[in-house]
Ligand binder design. Structure first.
Ligand code: PRP
Ligand code: URA
Length: 210
């Protein structure tokens, strides 16, 4: 099995990704934009949801028409910054369950440190969409996906706003079964593991910390 990597070239996504990159975009606008981009990307991520035919009555006649076939989904944000993408996804899929994985990067080693993990009990039956705005070294995404697999999840997609080539490569190598959806793949990582040009620290920009 080998990954598919989707870069969302829709003009609305590209426009909004440019806005969140801007150093002059403040917390309120940043938060709103992250939610909006997540919703727009969610449209593409859910493209292959199975449909089933139902029969309904319109004001004019009976009609055979399609509805989503009740596929069970869960959205799993990587804390903290992944939280900013949850509401946008829930606008599209309001009945989805939400799991949480808490990870932060050790500032020296850049290795992901786990501090929280709470997932729906039936993840083995669900389509799982892991969300995090940034895919930098790929350590956090790869570790989060590994936790999910250890707890029984197998049908996993990963969605981020901005990726580095290194991060994409890492997830592809560690988890060849996971498709990756991103708003942009940037040039490189700098010596501190930040994406260049990127948008800085997504968690700090989203929550106004620093
Ligand atoms: C950021 C981001 C990712 C991670 C990406 O989180 O939200 O989770 O870095 O970096 P990586 O691909 O090199 O692992 P951070 O560790 O800053 O934690 P925070 O969301 O709590 O701020
Ligand atoms: N985490 C972020 O928030 N930004 C980066 O550029 C890299 C990791």
């Amino acid at each position: 099995m080998s990954n598919k990597v989707f870069i969302m070239d829709h003009p609305l996504i590209q426009h909004k990704v440019s806005l969140i990159r801007d150093i002059n975009t403040g917390v309120k606008e940043f938060r709103e934009l992250v939610e909006e981009i997540a919703m727009l990307m969610g449209y593409e991520v859910t493209r292959n949801l199975p449909l089933q035919q139902v029969e309904i009555e319109t004001p004019v006649s009976r009609a055979k028409t399609n509805v989503i076939s009740g596929k069970k989904l869960a959205i799993i944000p990587i804390l903290r910054a992944g939280l900013g993408m949850v509401d946008g996804m829930l606008k599209l899929i309001p009945a989805a369950k939400v799991g949480h994985i808490g990870l932060y990067r050790d500032p020296e080693s850049l290795d992901p440190i786990e501090y929280y993990c709470k997932l729906p009990t039936d993840i083995e039956d669900r389509e799982l969409i892991v969300v995090d705005p940034m895919l930098a070294t790929g350590g956090s995404a790869s570790a989060a996906i590994q936790f999910i697999k250890e707890k029984g999840g197998s049908n996993i997609k990963f969605m981020c706003l901005i990726a580095s080539p290194e991060g994409v490569q890492r997830v592809c190598k560690d988890h060849p079964d996971v498709d990756i959806y991103c708003g942009a793949v940037d040039e490189k990582l700098n010596d501190h593991g930040y994406i260049v040009p990127g948008l800085g620290d997504a968690g700090d920009r989203l929550f106004g910390t620093k």
